[in-house]
Design a protein around this ligand. Structure first.
Ligand SMILES: [Zn+2]
Length: 188
């Protein structure tokens, strides 16, 4: 027996009745009791959330005890992108790609010396071995120089700020395509 929480999406054009009927049908098919949902589907707000994640976050915020309540709210699938939003999204992609490359780089690949000392545990590791990794095989310490780690940290910081700015900008943007996000809960 397991407890299921599921999210389903519907076109904005679907009525509250259609959504309720459809979710009840899904529950009848899948749940162990084969009855419908244990509670009605609630439509708690007319607000349109700026994204799927924001809608899901809202549902989670009002559904804290998981007592088989069901909710449906609207969210923007697409928004009219302002010039600023477009620029932010492009910068975010670019920096994210740079960060992935930087993180995946094997720093000691072209090292000249035959051993690399771990500053944490003092082990001397063969450079041949370090060609394919950045951490000390003995203690797990990240052996890359502080300058490299600093570059990674500062890119991560920039990304966090960009993502905040994108989220804020999206809130202001006008939705051009809307959908319903519904959460249901039942036993199987
Ligand atoms: Zn070590």
């Amino acid at each position: 027996m397991s407890h299921n929480i599921e999210y389903h999406t519907f076109s904005e054009k679907r009525s509250e009745k259609y959504i309720s009927d459809e979710l009840n049908r899904i529950c009848r098919e899948r749940s162990d009791s084969h009855g419908g949902l244990y509670n009605i589907v609630e439509f708690p707000t007319s607000k349109i959330f700026p994204s799927y994640d924001a809608a899901e976050e809202y549902i989670e915020s009002i559904d804290t005890i998981h007592n088989y309540r069901n909710f449906a709210v609207k969210f923007a699938v697409e928004v009219k992108e302002s010039k600023r939003l477009e620029e932010l999204v492009q910068r975010e992609r670019k920096i994210n790609a740079e960060l992935v490359t930087l993180k995946n780089e094997h720093h000691f690949k072209n090292a000249k010396s035959s051993f690399i000392g771990c500053k944490e545990c003092g082990s001397k590791i063969s450079t041949l071995y370090m060609e394919r990794r950045n951490t000390c095989p003995v203690c797990g310490f990240d052996m890359r120089p502080k300058t490299v780690l600093g570059r990674i940290a500062s890119k991560q910081d920039v990304l966090l700020h960009l993502r905040d700015a994108i989220r804020e900008e999206r809130k202001k943007a006008k939705p051009t395509k809307i959908a319903w996000l519904a959460k249901i809960e039942y036993h199987t």
